[in-house]
Ligand binder design. Sequence first.
Ligand SMILES: Cc1cc2nc3c(=O)[nH]c(=O)nc-3n(C[C@H](O)[C@H](O)[C@H](O)COP(=O)(O)O)c2cc1C
Length: 350
Amino acid sequence: MLDTQSCLPGQNDPLPEGRIVLAPMEGVIDAAMRRMLTGLGGYSRCVTEFIRVTDVLLPERVFLRLCPELATGGRTVHGVPVYTQLLGSNAQALALNARRAVALGAPGVDLNFGCPAKTVNNSLGGSILLKYPSRVADIVTAVRDAVPSQIPVTAKIRLGYDNCQALPEIVEGIRRAGATELAIHARTRFDGYKPPAWWSRVAAVVRPGDDRTCINGEIWDVADSILARRASGCRHVMLGRGALAAPDLARRIRAQAAGIESPETLSWLELSQFVELQFLRSDSQSPKHVGNRTKQWLAYLKRSYPQAADLFGRLRTLHDVSPIIAAFAEHRRHLANCDHPQDFFCRADF
Ligand SMILES: Cc1cc2nc3c(=O)[nH]c(=O)nc-3n(C[C@H](O)[C@H](O)[C@H](O)COP(=O)(O)O)c2cc1C
């Protein structure tokens, strides 16, 4: 049960339009996914998967591999900016790498203070830094100072490591260090990804009129986006797994916020073609992990589209390109037999 059930949105009660940010998701949201999702509309910004920084300046190819959009002005083909996400604990090394990302064309730099992975935390990266608010602030200061003032530096945190006590100190430090925007995943590291997300706990650090804080966690539909903003006091939302489960969620949130009729929900027939396109553009290109991103995406799609289970079942045990392509074709035949009269089409513009 969410902690915000008491404030259900009224029908004629659109909240002011804010930014909608596509959350970074390691292993799922790569350039092909960013292209697809921003093509469906609604997003103000995306973030790359994280670039792990130890104590060296990384070669340019690392940035270009994780953010191929750097070659096209740091934007997806649909014009949405892609910030480069850095993860690490060495402030000077992070600053140097941030400068390199910007020199390569990154329109912004995002700092990861939320990753719960043990391997990352053991080397003092991600959410473990939330135990040390002054180190978080020092990192933001170093990165802010290293890149031109017009380049946004954003940070992403959780409520804390194992409790929320340090949240005000962490947030105050990040703001004083000059971060342009802060996304708060409304759970501690201890909470992991377990529902609920404690949106109302974010309200303690959001002042009236705040335009620099973004609420994140458990936003699966338009109603959640309203509840999350209202409970947290944030104007902006960041969508993670909800964007995977419902790829047109951002444009539906936008429509609601603008008080206009929501575009029709994507049909599974359309969406299954996007999934195939995503496989061809992304997963079929990485020999070691063929199909992994597609399978992860399908696992989330099952939440909104029961038909995704059929495709997921066909792909689950496959690890090579040709059988996967054949499985997509079988699924298409299965859909045709299930009374879907439309022709298959390929949306190359996505
Ligand atoms: C598979 C996966 C990978 C993620 N990778 C990152 C990451 O690289 N950087 C980061 O800051 N957060 C990462 N996150 C956290 C999400 O950005 C987001 O904060 C979290 O999923 C909560 O939002 P949601 O409930 O809308 O999914 C990841 C989450 C998932 C599920």
